[in-house]
Write a protein that binds this ligand. Structure first.
Ligand SMILES: [Zn+2]
Length: 470
């Protein structure tokens, strides 16, 4: 824009000499004037100008000491120069200097500095140039309007107002949707808490039936009293199966040793011990079968199991544990597969959708699958967390190695509570995992009677948390 104004001002009909535009004002949108100041490029002279569609008007611009009088010093500086003409053929003809210090060149004449020099654009070429300049001015004023901050703010305000209007109109609808969603969530919550109440009383009756099983044993006259006592003692602990297996192994090894020595009395003794252990084991298995039946769900869910074909050579070994696990839970929408891998690290673990097994022991499979379930179902996870927090409220965090005296890593900590094993309270910080469900399911499998007898609250919780479906 500056350049276009300078070019117009330099035209032969106007100042007729190269100028530099110092500043300009395009006026408002409807104005037909361009005003500003320019400097003669070869002389230290500054003029103010006004360009209209018909003419160019300019006069010397000098700083004023006051509002009425010209500054004498400035005017002296100004008067030292003189103007010259460049005609349309490009030939330079020097014009006579305006001798009087109070006059300046206006075209071919000298005029008083107080007067305006008015030059009309009366040839086609000049008219065309002025026309172009005003088109450019138009373009500029439009553009300026577009980027005018106040206009922009106005538009923004309008837009914001529209947004507010729309959200105001939509508010009843949105509120309704929110309300419906809230109601739906509350309904689900209520439904679940009613379900939990039912499950609680169901669990209570299961506990009664489990106690009845152990009482039945005490009055069972079909087995020897020695076997009955042995079985009963083992059933008082969390893992009767392992306990009786140890007894059996011991009796067998003693019998083997004594047999070698050929002592008849000893032989009778060992035969008897072995017989009792076998009988007790049979009874324990029998009772555990019945007890496990009691804690199975009505409608087990289908769990998609995938074996890592590279390292699981005998998938059948895992069948018993996986089958039992699926029969212990009723949780809908378990879409992700349970991947089974083998690890030679010595300790089984769960990680990212896969259980890594150190052995195919059913209790361990159930434990690790419990981690899988907790990771895969948000409702289960929520309830586990709630239960954990409720149980461990106000409990300090302590090292597992110190609280149990067993070998645990230093980072493994727990909240002791009244858990049957300190490991159940293992504290995972902000991680969404726990040992509550895994240990609970494992204990539920190993000996439901033990869990029911020693931690009925935990028994009832595990019983209900894995029953999310029917
Ligand atoms: Zn675990």
């Amino acid at each position: 824009m500056k350049l276009a104004i300078a070019q117009t001002l330099s035209l032969p009909f106007a100042y007729n000499s190269p100028v530099m535009v110092l500043d300009f004002d395009l006026g408002d949108k409807d104005s037909n004037k361009i005003t500003g100041r320019f400097k003669d490029l070869s002389r230290p002279r500054v003029f103010s100008f006004e360009i209209t569609k018909k003419s160019v008007v300019y006069k010397p611009f000098v700083a004023r000491t006051d509002s009425t009088e010209l500054d004498a010093k400035s005017w002296e500086d100004f008067s030292k120069g003189y103007s010259y003409r460049v005609d349309s053929q490009g030939l330079r003809k020097e014009k006579a200097q305006c001798v009087k210090p109070t006059s300046y060149n206006c075209g071919s004449i000298c005029i008083n500095i107080k007067k305006n020099c008015k030059a009309n654009a009366d040839d086609d070429f000049s008219e065309e140039r002025i026309d172009k300049l005003f088109k450019l001015r138009r373009y500029y004023t439009d553009k300026l309007l577009e980027i005018n901050p106040s206009t922009q703010r106005e538009e923004e305000t309008l837009l914001e107002e529209k947004v507010r209007e729309v959200s105001r109109l939509l508010k009843p609808y949105n509120d309704r949707q929110k309300e419906l969603e809230k109601q739906k969530q509350e309904q689900i919550k209520e439904q679940r808490s009613r379900q939990i109440e039912v499950l609680k009383s169901e669990a209570q009756s299961k506990r009664t039936q489990l106690m009845a099983l152990s009482n039945e044993l005490d009055s069972n006259q079909k087995i020897s009293s020695d076997a009955r006592i042995k079985a009963s003692v083992h059933l008082e602990f969390d893992d009767p199966e392992s306990g009786i297996k140890r007894d059996l192994k011991f009796a067998e090894s003693v019998a083997l040793k004594l047999n070698k020595n050929g002592q008849k009395e000893a032989d009778i003794f060992s035969q008897n011990e072995l017989k009792i252990a076998i009988e007790a084991k049979k009874e324990i298995d029998n009772i555990l079968d019945k007890a496990r039946e009691l804690i199975k769900v009505e409608k087990p869910v289908d769990i998609g199991v995938a074996f890592d074909s590279k390292n699981v050579r005998k998938p059948d070994e895992y069948k018993k544990g996986l089958e039992m696990f699926s029969e212990m839970i009723s949780v809908p929408n378990l879409k992700e597969t349970l991947e089974v891998k083998e690890t030679d690290s010595g300790r089984s673990y769960y990680k990212q959708g896969a259980i890594h097994m150190a052995n195919p022991d059913p209790a361990t499979i159930i434990h690790e699958s419990g981690h899988w379930l907790e990771a895969r179902n948000i409702q289960v996870r929520r309830e586990v967390k709630e239960f954990y927090n409720k149980r461990t409220e106000g409990e300090p965090i302590v090292k597992l190695s110190e609280s149990t005296g067993d070998l645990y890593e230093d980072y493994e900590v727990t909240k002791v509570d009244k858990w049957l094993h300190h490991y159940i309270g293992k504290f995972y910080g902000n991680q969404p995992s726990s040992e509550v469900l895994s240990m609970g399911l494992e204990m539920m499998y190993k000996n439901p009677i033990y869990l029911a007898k020693n931690d009925p609250e935990m028994f009832d919780f595990i019983y209900s948390v894995v029953r999310q479906g029917n």
